[in-house]
Design a protein around this ligand. Structure first.
Ligand code: NAD
Ligand code: UFG
Length: 340
């Protein structure tokens, strides 16, 4: 059985991916420093899969601990989720973001080279596109100068990976997956997003408002050039997103990749405005979300959604869940968390 190292695997997307990889027959080793996650997520993965998925509490910045990890297991591939991800915080603490996100990547890639681990999948982001001139965004849509240190780490990481695999004479291959907006939770409601403090992102803010933890959702701007004036995104179900990693893994392990470094958009291709999302949430769950319109949030883009045809064709992967199913899963998770 192929053994996959999943850094940041106790986090939101990593834990869902650990489930899908395990269900697909891979041996998974989750490595996480639990900076932004809890051990309960690993327990959730074990409960869902019925397997003793391995967990190692390590910091990817700790080179010695990481060396030991690479000696303890024989990895066939690494999926690197471990990163700090709060856009606003990255503006206040840029060095923390550059140190954590770049150094952890460099450590992982160096150890992969030293230990001859050939396959790498990276969590990139649609944030690299900024506000594209043409929509939907394709993988060849030019990247734009990042508007936050967080976004910049994703661009620099993509470049580091490309340069690294190109220098290995075909012994290493990598896929960068550019996620659009991941939302929702596993249908079991045993794992999901665990935001610390007041959520920055729309989905947990909606579910927390619906649960009565937040008084009112602020919708950041209704004067955008969109049909209802609120901003548009491509919301992808986290389980669909997790399955894209399994497809990426199969492509690399079966050596189906066309070049050593490839990039794929992972989204649905379906645009929804903030107001539409709130309305569908209310209709699907039967729960009201108290909201008000406020000013735009600095740094937000107006609209983006993905052209996913490359991933559909090359990875044989397609987002499957309806928006209703996804919103319902997010609500079930919130209810599970709050004991409602
Ligand atoms: P998350 O914070 O839930 O998961 C990241 C995990 O990495 C956490 O468990 C954290 O404890 C761990 N971690 C961070 N630094 C570490 C280190 N130095 N060593 C070991 N573990 C470390 O975030 P997520 O939403 O699951 O995101 C996963 C990846 O996907 C990140 O790279 C993120 O930037 C990227 N991404 C997320 C989104 C999103 O909206 N959630 C969108 C695009 C890309
Ligand atoms: N929004 C609100 N109110 C809120 C929170 C968000 O109106 O309380 C709006 C935002 O203005 C935006 C939309 O909801 O129009 C989505 O906002 P999110 O914060 O959920 O997501 P973003 O598109 O801003 O960014 C997210 C991640 C980034 C990632 C990007 C693309 O936070 O890290 O998706 O993957 F890069």
């Amino acid at each position: 059985m192929k053994c996959i190292l999943v850094t940041g695997g106790a986090g939101y997307i990593g834990s869902h991916t650990a489930v899908e990889l395990t269900n697909a027959g891979y041996d998974v080793v989750i490595a996480d420093n639990l900076y932004n996650s809890e051990i309960s997520a690993v327990e959730g993965v074990r409960k869902i899969t019925g397997k003793e998925v391995a967990f190692e509490q390590v910091d990817c910045l700790d080179k010695n601990a990481m060396e030991k990890l690479f000696k303890k297991y024989q990895f066939s591939a690494v999926i690197h989720f471990a990163a700090l991800k709060a856009v606003g915080e990255s503006v206040e603490k840029p060095l923390d973001y550059y140190r954590n996100n770049l150094e952890s990547l460099i450590n992982v890639l160096s150890l992969m080279k030293e230990n001859r681990v050939p396959n790498f999948v990276f969590s990139s982001s649609a944030t690299v596109y900024g506000q594209p001139e043409e929509l939907p965004a394709t993988e060849t849509t030019p990247r734009q100068k990042a508007t936050s240190p967080y976004g910049n780490t994703k661009q620099i990481c993509e470049d580091i990976i490309e340069d690294t695999v190109n220098a290995t004479n075909g012994t290493m291959s990598a896929l960068a997956l550019r996620y659009f907006n991941p939302i929702g939770a596993h249908p079991s409601a045993l794992i999901g997003e665990l935001p610390k403090g007041i959520p920055n992102n729309l989905m947990p803010y909606i579910t927390q408002t619906a649960a009565g933890i937040r008084k009112c959702l602020s919708i950041f701007g209704n004067d955008y050039d969109t049909p209802d004036g609120t901003a548009i995104r491509d919301y992808i179900d986290v389980t669909d997103l997790a399955k894209a990693h399994v497809a990426a893994m199969v492509r690399l392990i079966d050596k189906q990749n066309k070049t050593p470094y490839e990039v794929f958009n992972i989204g649905t291709g379906r645009p929804f405005s903030v107001l539409e999302l709130v309305e569908i949430f209310e209709k699907t769950t039967g729960v009201k979300v108290n909201y008000r319109i406020t000013g735009r949030r600095t740094g937000d883009i107006e609209k983006i959604w993905a052209d996913t045809s490359l991933a559909n064709r090359e990875l044989g992967w397609k987002a499957e869940k309806s928006i209703e199913e996804t919103l319902l899963s997010a609500w079930m998770w919130e209810k599970h968390l709050r004991g409602l």
